[in-house]
Design a protein around this ligand. Sequence first.
Ligand code: PRT
Ligand code: MG
Length: 216
Amino acid sequence: MNDFSGITIALSKGRIFEETLPLLAVAGITPAENPEQSRKLIIGTNRADVRVVIVRASDVPTYVQYGAADLGIAGKDVLLEHDGVGIYQPLDLKIARCRMCVAVAEGFDYQAHVQRGARLRVATKYIKTAREHFAAKGVHVDLIKLYGSMELAPLAGLADAIVDVVSSGNTLKANKLVAVEDICLISSRLIVNQAALKLKREMLQPVIEAFVRAVA
Ligand code: PRT
Ligand code: MG
């Protein structure tokens, strides 16, 4: 658990920070700075008892799991890859929406490849999600873990397919890729450290309830 006696909220900068601002406003919380402009990693708010820590999107569940943050906001895509130990997931905030897809280079006959029972090379940062998806379909895959732009993998000949999140589809189009299968819909969730929810319930409950009102 962190030493700060108030509430620590873990957020990633970019779309999650931006789309969380209106939700925080309903809880009466306004961050003092925008992480895009400031280089600060711990940002105060208008409330002395609330602070925000800026972490990589995929690190948000880890901060909350270990109690370094009491609350966090993370995409379902990120949460599916995390073991979820010590984390309570009470609310779909319906922000930062996108879909998890299988995509291939234009002209690659994915269905024929699958029907032939050929092994598929799949590059992704979502190893667990991809493994479960293809196992459920009975498709044999070699999974290649990537940390950066997956869109390059089929173009450079690293993989036949990628598993990635897509929102507008513009990035796929710009790189001559097509989505051939939807895996699931993605949105961001509020996550709460389970121990903090017991120990700091009086402080956390009003914030959680404000998020519920903001979503409704
Ligand atoms: O950027 P970094 O590597 O640090 O991490 P990240 O990409 O996971 O973080 P961030 O902040 O980009 O995304 C945070 C969360 O937003 C993700 O975990 C998703 O739940 C959600 N989200 C919503 C998205 C998108 N939409 C999205 N479009 N995350 C990533 N993208 C990518 C997409 O993969 C593509 O490469 O953005 C690119 C543009 O997408 P198109 O389809 O609009 O062209
Ligand atoms: Mg990103």
